[in-house]
Design a protein around this ligand. Structure first.
Ligand code: SF4
Ligand code: SF4
Ligand code: SF4
Length: 264
């Protein structure tokens, strides 16, 4: 790492970074390249060692690995282990990497062979249950979202370049939604997981009159009992809540960690 560049008089480490895609739609990588007005500033903070969507040259010499996607094949298990060995900091980048994301929806089917036959017919491929990255290797940092928020990514990368511990959002999406002056979707007859979902996206979906599906996963201590009560008060039953909670895998991770309410 270099130590010559500064930001507000603080030396920048300018880490070498790799964006590595696994089972994903690559939308999180694309977010890095979106918003061209800040792209050059962002690139001045880091040296790109590997970023298939952006540059041709590739190197295995990097300090930070951003892992995009869930792990669904044996070769991905081996590849993410190698990335773990090479990187000082390994970041789960986006909801697929953090929780399994939309890919983990297939895990609800017991017979994965049947899933492969149904989807791929006469052209089967290897595909096992979708795993979050931390099911295979230790993860140092998670950047949530489907896709990630570029503003949040830039803030986190700036912290890493300054050698600081990045801060994380502790409040729920409702806080950002209310700060933007949105009319609550419940008042418009729509369900929304904003009360229990970790903020940081700027309440993207409610700001566009779409419900929050919880893509960033739960706040640290979500009040699931109250969430269910709110849903019921507005005419939405357990099946709607379950469907929404299961969409990205963040809340089922929480269930394993004991977040979730008892449904006795
Ligand atoms: S988290 Fe969403 S946007 Fe990012 S790679 Fe997965 S599916 Fe695509
Ligand atoms: S629309 Fe959703 S995020 Fe916004 S205040 Fe209502 S419940 Fe919260
Ligand atoms: S509003 Fe909810 S579903 Fe939409 S981006 Fe934010 S956390 Fe994800």
């Amino acid at each position: 790492m270099e130590g010559e560049r500064t930001y507000l008089s603080t030396p920048l480490l300018r880490p070498r970074v790799a964006f590595l895609d696994f089972t994903s739609c690559e939308g999180c990588q694309l977010q890095v390249l979106n918003n061209e007005s800040s792209l050059l500033n962002f690139l001045s903070l880091v040296e790109i060692a590997d970023f298939r969507e952006a540059v041709t040259e590739r190197s295995e010499d990097y300090d930070i690995a951003f892992i995009e996607g869930s792990i669904t094949r044996e070769d991905e298990v081996e590849r993410v282990k190698k990335a773990r060995q090479r990187a000082g900091t390994l970041v789960a980048f986006g909801s697929c990497a953090c929780f399994g994301g939309v890919n983990q929806l297939k895990n609800r089917f017991r017979d994965q062979g049947e899933v492969i036959r149904y989807v791929y017919g006469d052209h089967p491929i290897e595909s096992m249950e979708a795993m979050p990255v931390e099911a295979v290797v230790p993860v140092d940092l998670k950047i949530y979202g489907c896709p990630v928020s570029k503003d949040e990514l830039e803030r986190i990368v700036l912290s890493l370049a300054l050698g600081l511990k990045p801060s994380v959002h502790l409040s729920p999406v409702c806080m950002e939604c209310k700060a933007h002056g949105n009319i609550c979707l419940y008042e418009l007859g729509e369900p929304c997981l904003g009360p229990v979902t970790r903020a940081g996206c700027g309440a993207w979906c409610p700001g566009s009159r779409s419900r929050c599906w919880g893509c960033r996963g739960p706040v640290d201590e979500p009040n699931m009992a109250l969430m269910r009560e709110v849903m019921e008060r507005h005419g939405f039953g357990q099946s709607t809540l379950d469907e929404m909670l299961s969409s990205f895998g963040g809340f089922s991770q929480g269930e394993k960690a004991g977040y979730k309410e008892s449904r006795a």
